[in-house]
Design a protein around this ligand. Structure first.
Ligand SMILES: NC(=O)c1ccc[n+]([C@@H]2O[C@H](COP(=O)([O-])OP(=O)(O)OC[C@H]3O[C@@H](n4cnc5c(N)ncnc54)[C@H](O)[C@@H]3O)[C@@H](O)[C@H]2O)c1
Length: 391
């Protein structure tokens, strides 16, 4: 491969930065392009802006190689392959919000040259890759590929080289170029069409989201019947391979699962009943807990402590965390609500664990961070939907 230049747009984000580091450490000349000046500054100085296993070690190694940082596109992008990792959220109507992709493309267009390859790595609404191809080609004749990210957030360096890379492209030469890049970081490449790849990513996130919904619905069914779902799950799974995929109950949240399920719901014109029901169940678990507490206690007299505010275990990211939904409801009902998390650094209202434990009458385990596994709690109610705390 002659030209080893890559620009990662959104390169200081949760997906973009680890990917940039992986490519730089494989000998590519990587330009990190991101309009978030603070995360750029941190990365430039060898500090990971968010928690990523082995992130600092790999970032420091990459900084000794070819890893440069930019906040605006200019001529440096013109002879590189561009990988787009900007956010693809849903809007207030739960429909796809394409503005980040469209805005960043408009900013790139003046500097793009004919024949350049643009790779979409963000998770996108079906049809976005074809839209991008036609949109670009009205102005500049470019190649487009869709090569989505599949690592689990926070564990890129463990996973990325183990996972097969799915490549979909607008032409044979785009496929060849994308392969030359990704074969340096993936052992296996799988090919398909642009739309198949877009659906594959959305299906995998909607599938996980619905698996969590099944567990959460079972939890509420068992709980209403006065039974412990986690005991039932344990005996069901014992030596029984067909129940292996049954997850524990718990808050199913974060920046991807709900919004990607909603992208499919929107695409299907709301004819995606499992996706829709999964959203009602997973979001409804929070309301179920509040109803349960209100039936049992006069909450106005109770201090409630929330353990874990990130959206998942061992993570510092609070985006779309259901802990905050729970907090919002409880604030209007309880005497006080205290929140703690060992990893979250973006919330100055958090308190220390010991303070929370001493002040709270009722504890709710929102996130199963390892630190909470051996908590010794006496004379207080603890709600542990995960069945995580050692009894
Ligand atoms: N977080 C995950 O675990 C994960 C996993 C797989 C796929 N994805 C997908 O990857 C995409 C990115 O997710 P993320 O969690 O990394 O988001 P993020 O918000 O952490 O990162 C996006 C980055 O893009 C930057 N950006 C936005 N517009 C820009 C512009 N015009 N110019 C320059 N920079 C710009 C932002 O500053 C930010 O740093 C989404 O489509 C998401 O669904 C995420």
């Amino acid at each position: 491969m002659k030209n080893k230049k890559i620009t990662v747009l959104g390169g200081a984000g949760h997906i973009g930065l680890p990917l940039s580091i992986v490519f730089a450490n494989k000998g590519f000349d990587v330009s990190v392009l991101d309009n978030n000046l603070e995360t750029l500054r941190l990365a430039k100085n060898g500090i990971m802006p968010f928690k990523e296993k082995d992130g600092v070690k790999n970032l420091k190694k990459a900084l000794k190689r070819k890893l440069n940082f930019y906040s605006k596109p200019s001529n440096f992008i013109s002879d590189s392959t561009i990988i787009i990792t900007v956010g693809t959220p849903v809007d207030e109507f739960l429909n796809p919000d394409m503005s980040q992709i469209k805005n960043c493309i408009d900013e790139l267009i003046p500097f793009i040259k004919k024949g350049q390859l643009i790779i979409l790595r963000s998770t996108v609404y079906p049809g976005t890759s074809e839209w991008l191809f036609h949109y670009l080609n009205k102005k500049k004749k470019c190649h487009v590929a869709f090569c989505h990210e599949r690592v689990i957030q926070g564990y890129t360096f463990d996973e990325i080289e183990k996972l097969p890379q799915i490549i979909a492209a607008s032409s044979n030469s785009a496929q060849k170029k994308a392969t030359e890049i990704f074969e340096k970081i993936s052992k296996k490449i799988v090919y398909c069409s642009l739309k198949e790849a877009e659906f594959s990513k959305l299906f995998s996130n909607a599938f996980r989201y619905s698996q969590f919904a099944v567990a959460n619905e079972f939890y509420m069914l068992a709980d209403r019947a006065g039974l412990d779902f986690n005991r039932i799950r344990k005996i069901t799974k014992e030596g029984y391979p067909r129940a292996e995929g049954l997850p524990s109950a718990g808050f199913a949240a974060g920046p991807c699962l709900l919004k990607d399920t909603m992208q499919l719901l929107s695409f299907s014109r709301n004819n995606f009943s499992i996706g829709n029901s999964s959203m009602l169940v997973n979001e409804g678990l929070v309301l179920y807990l509040i109803d349960k507490l209100e039936k049992k206690y006069d909450l106005k007299k109770k201090n409630i402590g929330l353990l874990g505010m990130a959206f998942k275990a061992e993570c510092d990211d609070t985006r779309s965390s259901l802990s905050y939904k729970l907090k919002k409801f409880l604030i209007s009902k309880a005497k006080n609500v205290f929140c703690t998390d060992p990893f979250v650094k973006t919330d100055n209202k958090l308190v220390k664990l010991n303070y929370l434990l001493s002040k709270s009458d009722i504890l709710i385990l929102c996130v199963p961070h390892k630190k909470y596994r051996n908590l010794k709690i006496k004379n207080k109610e603890i709600i542990d939907i995960w069945g995580f705390i050692k009894k």
